[in-house]
Structures are given as C-alpha cells and as structure tokens.
Design a protein around this ligand. Structure first.
Ligand code: AMP
Ligand code: MG
Length: 418
C-alpha cells in the first residue's frame, strides 16, 4: 500500500508540461501561463488623481477650514487621458478628474466635497477659466494622488509562469498592453469506461445493467480543470472491444479508464492494459479509491500516460482548515475522504457530512462541495474539532444553504453505513 502523496509524486514524475501556444487574452481564461510576465512600464504610468477635485500645491491650502476657506485661482481643467500643459503655481488650482495625470507643480488633490463646488453643482464650463474655488480643508502633500508605479513597477515580475489565468490575471496582462499570451495548451484527455454492466445514458434500461455515470463525471472534471475531454464510450469486458476502444484514444495526451482494476475484477482489463503498454497496479492508502492503475500506452514512438480509476473516483482542488459540525468516525485505518458540505456559519467554515459515505453513493458526492480528510492514524474527528478539507468546487461565494438540510439528514444514514 502506498500513500496518497507517493501515488501523486509517482504520477507527476512521469508527466511533463505540454508545449506552449499563443492565445488571445480572453481565449486563455483558465489556462496556465507558460512564461513569467515582466512589466514593460510603470502602472500607473504617471502620478494621477484618485478623486474628482482640484489639483493644488498642498501649501496653498494650509490652515483651510469651513470658517476660513482658502480661495485659489482656477487656471484650467484636465480630464483622464489628457496631460495638462501648464504648471500649478502657489495660489492656483486645476480642476482635475479621477485618473487624470497630476499637473506639474501640483502635489495634492482636494476633492470637490472639500470645496465650494459640491458634486451636485458642477460649474458650467464658462465659469471655469478665470474662476475661483474655495477650499474648506487643508490638504497634505500626496493626498488623493496615486503615485506612478504604485501598482506595478517597470521590470517587476507581475505574473509567474505556472499560474492559472483567471479574470484578475487577464486584467493585469491587458493593463500591460498585451493582446495575446503564451499559455500551455490544454491537454486532450480521453475517458473510457469499462464493464459489461454499463449502459450509455440514452440506452433503454435492462436487467443487471447500470448507466455509465463515471465517464460524464470524469469528463466534466477534466473540463473543469482545464482539459479537453474526449469520450471514448464504454468498452465491454473482452479483449477485442477493449483494445479497439483504447486505441481510439491513442492520439490524446492522457487516457483515463474507469473500473476493472480491483483485485476481484475479471482479468481482461488488466490483460489489455499490460498488452498495450506498461502498467502498475497500486493500492493507495485512501478511501474511496484504493485500487489505482498507472502506466503508459505505446503508440509508435509516443507514450501516452494512463490512469486507471476504480468504480468511484473523486477529485479535489484546494485544501482548507474547517470545523467539523458532526463527528466523522473512522471505519478502518485507511485515510478517509468524507463527502461534506462546507458552509459559512457565524463567520466560520463548517463541514457537515453530505449523506451516505458509501463509495457507491454518487448522490452524496453530487451534494458535497468538499472532502474532509480524516487521517489514517487516528480515531476520526469529533464535532467542533478542526479538519482539513479538499474543496471540490469553490466558486461558491454564497454558501450552499439549500444543501444543509439534506446534509443534516444524511448524518443518520452515515452512522449506519460506517
Ligand atoms: P470495478 O472497479 O470494476 O470493480 O467497479 C466498482 C463498482 O463501480 C461496480 O459496482 C461497478 O458496477 C461500478 N462502476 C464501474 N464503472 C462504472 C461507471 N462507468 N459508471 C457507474 N458505475 C460504474
Ligand atoms: Mg468491473
């Protein structure tokens, strides 16, 4: 038996990053950045105003208050996108909009709210030149000014190779003037279900048969994690069908098969896997998912890595520390991945069991948004203890309250199933 970490390390040692490709920014959403991105210039490129107001020399406003305003000559106006040509001298002000470069000579911006020009009463254009503004509050140098390079400095590494490009990262690239980006191409992952009992979802029901759900779940995970799934269908438990369906996946980057790798399984899957390449059968110290096959198929000069999953695979994303809402007992000494619903309750993340923990219960997995990791050495986790969880889907800003009722109900079933 090998640990989860060792299985992962052995798999990662046998695979390597695919080649990079250039993509338009928006088409690269969710892809992995292939090279470090270095800023070619400062952002913001020039010191600029953080508020709508008046650019001034802070010294010109010294001592200003509502009772004793300072009155300044307004010499012009500058909007975002324009550079003001003249200097701001002592005793003068330039009307300035958010994002407009700070005129030479100015060192602070007084927002409209601290002047006699309130937001509601914007002065007419003709009132500006030669007009005056009353300042009600003293400004300090740098008030309401965003310094050049405050966000990003020229030469700085802003994104590291290997990061996943989400909305914010793509925004950074756009702010640096990039229209395209070098990313690792998405892997094509072929998915093949095996088993005489399996029916494709559109087929009529038949005695002793069950619908193939793994192919859809795994293909969806492949897509969710950035791959391109290719469904190879269902292979029957015979050498010819299995060989033929497997080979249909030999132009992909990875082949995932499900079922047929347990000790009790009919030998045909193992036989074909061994004929088409090298394969190792592992027992991994985890539940569910103990039996696992890993190897590679040979297709001419190519080696296509292969992962053989048992009947009920589960995948995961990010690890968190969460409080257990209910006790999670251990059934045996294997590391236990308990299907959980994590929600925010009174400001804390709390894990509820998501129903039946039987490894065949797909509905509990569908309800779950996390797997609680119950260590192999130990007696489980008591309610109120902290527990490490692997988040399965975590765009969920809003907690999945709708699922909590069923989670609570699932607890009873859970106790009988363990
Ligand atoms: P095996 O790994 O072949 O021993 O299968 C373990 C359990 O998973 C058995 O009950 C199978 O019927 C079930 N199973 C295998 N493949 C699938 C599949 N593609 N969809 C749903 N259940 C499956
Ligand atoms: Mg089977």
């Amino acid at each position: 038996m090998i640990s989860v970490e060792e299985a992962l390390a052995r798999i990662l040692a046998q695979v390597h990053p695919l080649e990079p490709e250039q993509r338009p920014l928006l088409d690269a959403l969710g892809q992995v950045l292939a090279e470090d991105v270095i800023a070619g210039f400062d952002i913001p490129p020039l010191a600029n105003s953080a508020m709508d107001g008046y650019a001034v020399q802070a010294a010109s406003t010294r001592g200003a208050s509502p009772d004793e305003p300072r009155e300044l000559d307004v010499t012009g106006e500058v909007a975002a996108g324009y550079v003001f040509s003249a200097r701001v001298e002592a005793g003068t002000a330039v009307r300035i909009m958010t994002g407009a470069p700070l005129p030479a000579g100015a060192d602070a911006v007084v927002p409209f709210e601290e002047t006699d020009e309130s937001g509601e009463h914007a002065p007419q254009a003709e009132g500006l030149r030669g007009g005056r503004v009353r300042i009600f509050k003293a400004a300090l140098p740098e008030n309401n000014v965003r310094a050049a390079g405050e966000d990003v400095r020229a030469g700085q590494v802003v994104l590291l190779r290997g990061c996943v490009l989400r909305a914010a990262q793509l925004g950074v690239l756009a702010s640096l003037g990039h229209a395209r980006v070098s990313v690792i191409r998405r892997p094509v992952v072929a998915v093949l279900s095996t088993g005489d009992e399996l029916l494709a979802p559109e087929q009529p029901r038949a005695p002793g048969r069950i619908y193939d759900s793994n192919a859809t779940s795994i293909a969806a995970l492949v897509r969710q994690y950035g791959g391109i799934p290719r469904l190879l269908g269902v292979a029957r438990d015979n050498v010819d069908d299995l060989t033929q369906k497997l080979r249909a996946g030999f132009d992909s980057d990875l082949i995932v098969t499900t079922a047929g790798v347990s000790r009790g399984d009919f030998d045909v899957v193992k036989l074909v896997l061994a004929q088409e390449g090298e394969v190792d059968f592992w027992t991994v110290n985890m539940r569910p998912g103990k039996p696992l096959a890993f190897g590679a198929f040979r297709a001419g000069a190519r080696r296509i890595p292969h992962i053989g999953l048992p009947g009920n695979p589960v995948s995961s994303a990010v690890a968190f520390e969460i409080i257990a809402a209910e006790p999670i007992p251990m059934a045996d000494e294997r590391r236990f991945y308990a299907r959980c619903v994590v929600a925010v309750e009174q400001g804390r993340y709390v894990a509820h069991l998501a129903g039946s923990q039987s490894s065949g219960a797909l509905s509990a997995l569908a309800r779950a948004n996390a797997l609680a990791v119950i260590p192999e050495q130990g007696r489980g986790v008591a309610a109120g203890e902290s527990v490490e969880v692997l988040m399965l889907n975590w765009d969920a800003e809003d907690p999945p309250f709708a699922q909590l009722d069923s989670a609570a109900r699932g607890l009873d079933q859970q106790q009988s199933s363990l």
